[in-house]
Design a protein around this ligand. Structure first.
Ligand SMILES: Cc1cc2nc3c(=O)[nH]c(=O)nc-3n(C[C@H](O)[C@H](O)[C@H](O)COP(=O)(O)OP(=O)(O)OC[C@H]3O[C@@H](n4cnc5c(N)ncnc54)[C@H](O)[C@@H]3O)c2cc1C
Length: 414
């Protein structure tokens, strides 16, 4: 049987899958109208979080929903016009806040994320890994409050080391930090990339060097061929292969709907303000939990990235949310100066349980999925790609059960 695959999407998920499939001897062709790292993989906060197991849906969060509806610049906002379409996803998300679901989702996140740094090293090779990835840890900050007992318990259950930092320690680590910060938590096992775009484009270079193709085309329709395999109608060509991998990030569900596969994928839109000439040097990246953004030292400046906006795939960006991130950075470090921020907007592909779908589509031989990594695609995308390539080569792992599309469709056949 021919071992060739068309991969839809050249973000971190699609490119990781492609690179690992090539190592299994497959011929790969990627289609992406934006080119490598043109989507969420371009502008994220670059945090690599093998030691992060806390899903987004946690008990008691429903109490915050009214506030999210009223503050357009808050850490999480919902545009009122999108609420009717969002409601079914939100209902599933609220169901995921039950304790048993939180525990199951945390266990799956742990299994997916734990090997993240090892998989990046395997993908990039030692020299590129050292050049682009830092393993110095991450610090979470709060203004009022702190990690909940449930979050502490989940970390403890999965053997994750985290150290509470006092105010003096915080000031030593981050001179000039605002006195508004009341709590800090160091997670030493986490890390970050110095440029999300560069690291993902390094994967693209590798795929090309190994004989793969990356074409600037948009897939429009997937058609199963009689006798096996798939035909992909793209905007300027038609492609055929034995297998198709859908790795189109937040756009993936639209490609699958005509096949009758309806998955509750939502775009959690996020923004960044990239500060090109910061007057401070951060030793470690910061994840500001109260304001919902990361502040990451990158090779070309400081990046404030994050927050969540539910407005659907096609609503225009609200640049005020990106500007707000620059203001947040300044709030955190009142003496900070930084030059003109570069603003960016992107779409996280998110399922209600914070887990991606990875694996084969039952009843559709040769069709595979690898998307929905939400807030953690730079962390979990490569591990998903490795797992999927291994499954396509006939070596499935048990984690695929937790990530299977059937968890939403309720049946083995979709
Ligand atoms: C503000 C922000 C901050 C973030 N911070 C972090 C972080 O610190 N750490 C972390 O781990 N994760 C983070 N993430 C999440 C992470 O960026 C995503 O989970 C990850 O990039 C998703 O990768 P992907 O390849 O699935 O999607 P994408 O990178 O979006 O790639 C999907 C690609 O599919 C292409 N495509 C879509 N439709 C089609 C079609 N019909 N045909 C062909 N191609 C198509 C698109 O053009 C796109 O290039 C963040 C995200 C955002 C928005």
């Amino acid at each position: 049987m021919a071992r060739d695959a068309i991969i839809l999407g050249a973000g971190v998920a699609g490119l990781s899958t492609a690179a690992f499939l090539q190592r299994e001897g497959w011929k790969v062709t990627l289609l992406d109208p934006l080119g490598p790292a043109g989507g969420a993989s371009f502008g994220n906060a670059g945090l690599l979080s093998p030691q992060t197991v806390i899903p987004a849906a946690l008990p008691g969060m429903w109490r915050k929903v009214p506030r999210w509806l009223t503050d357009p610049l808050g850490p999480l906002t919902i545009r009122a016009a999108h609420l009717p379409r969002l409601s079914p996803w939100l209902a599933r998300w609220l169901a995921e806040t039950r304790l048993a679901r939180v525990e199951a989702n945390a266990a799956a996140l742990h299994a997916l994320h734990a090997p993240a740094l090892e998989v990046w090293r395997e993908l990039l090779g030692e020299a590129d890994y050292r050049a682009m990835i830092r393993q110095a840890g991450q610090v979470q900050l709060w203004e009022g409050g702190g990690p909940s007992p449930l979050e502490d318990a989940l970390r403890a259950r999965h053997g994750i080391r985290a150290e509470l930092l006092g105010l003096d320690e915080l000031q030593q680590l981050f001179p000039g930090l605002s006195r508004a910060v009341t709590r800090g938590l160091l997670v030493p096992g986490n890390g970050h990339v110095v440029s999300p775009a560069r690291v993902v484009r390094a994967l693209a270079d590798q795929v090309l060097a190994e004989g793969g193709a990356i074409l600037p085309q948009q897939a429009l329709k997937l058609i199963p061929r009689e006798g096996g395999g798939w035909r992909v109608l793209a905007n300027t060509a038609v492609h055929e292969a034995s297998s198709v991998v859908v790795a189109g990030g937040a756009w993936s569900a639209e490609l699958l709907a005509p096949l009758g596969l309806r998955l509750p994928l939502e775009s959690e839109r996020g923004y960044h303000a990239h500060l090109p000439a910061p007057s401070i040097e951060l030793r470690l990246p910061i994840l500001h939990k109260s304001r919902g953004f990361g502040l990451t030292p990158m090779e070309d400046g400081l990046r404030a990235a994050g927050t969540v906006e539910f407005a659907g795939l096609r609503a225009p960006p609200d640049e005020r949310r990106a500007e707000q991130l620059a203001a947040h950075a300044k709030h955190l470090f009142p003496e900070l100066t930084h030059g003109t921020p570069r603003l960016w907007f992107g779409q996280r592909p998110s399922f209600p349980d914070s887990l991606p779908v990875v694996g084969p589509v039952p009843g559709r031989p040769g069709l595979f999925l690898c998307f929905g990594h939400g807030h953690f695609g730079m962390t979990g995308g490569p591990a998903s790609g490795r797992m999927l390539a291994s499954a396509m080569a006939g070596r499935p792992t048990s984690l695929l059960d937790a990530l299977a599309p059937a968890r939403f469709t309720g049946s083995a056949r979709v």
